[in-house]
Ligand binder design. Structure first.
Ligand SMILES: [Zn+2]
Length: 179
């Protein structure tokens, strides 16, 4: 939950991340008539200066990202689905709230990225991240992998990337954003 005074969610709760930054929230912010089929990604791509409503959505995006960063401590957050189109438009608002709401250490090491590809961009982005280290230092990664394989017999590997989309929201935030 990111907004205690937010809209009622389909889950029965109120002000969930999904209801505050999901497709219907973006459609409202873009003043798209409900019931009209529009490509929100296309509409977002046309926005040069985000409206007040869209900037509010951006602040809730940042708040949700902060909770992901605080809980999972990832090196990278890959924004997929509609968030891939939303984030570039409201980056200033999202980043500002992320910076003030995230814990310092996790914030300093995390990167929020938008995959450049369409379709399977979320999975491709996660895979790219996984292979990045291999491409940079194959021998070192192999040595580490051997060590990790032995260690893994006892412990689970550390999570390195978090993926967030408008349809798959991994965690819930606890604070609210002033509008
Ligand atoms: Zn909900």
């Amino acid at each position: 939950m990111v907004n205690p005074r937010g809209r009622v969610c389909r889950c029965g709760s109120r002000g969930c991340w999904e209801t505050e930054i999901g497709s219907s929230a973006v459609a409202r912010a873009l003043k798209v008539d409900s019931g009209v089929e529009v490509d929100l990604a296309e509409r977002l791509a046309e926005v040069s200066r985000p409206s007040a409503g869209l900037r509010t959505v951006g602040r809730y995006l940042g708040l949700g990202l902060a909770s992901i960063v605080n809980v999972l401590n990832p090196e990278v957050v890959v924004l997929g689905g509609m968030l891939r189109s939303l984030y570039p438009v409201v980056r200033d608002e999202a980043d500002a709230v992320l910076e003030t709401s995230a814990l310092t250490a996790p914030f300093e090491q995390v990167r929020v990225v938008v995959p450049a590809l369409g379709g399977d961009a979320v999975l491709v982005g996660a895979a790219e991240k996984a292979f990045e280290a291999v491409l940079a230092d194959p021998a070192g990664v192999l040595a580490t992998a051997c060590r990790d394989a032995r260690a893994a017999l006892g412990t689970a590997p550390r999570r390195r990337a978090a993926v967030a989309t408008d349809t798959k929201v991994p965690v819930q935030a606890k604070a609210s954003v002033p509008a």
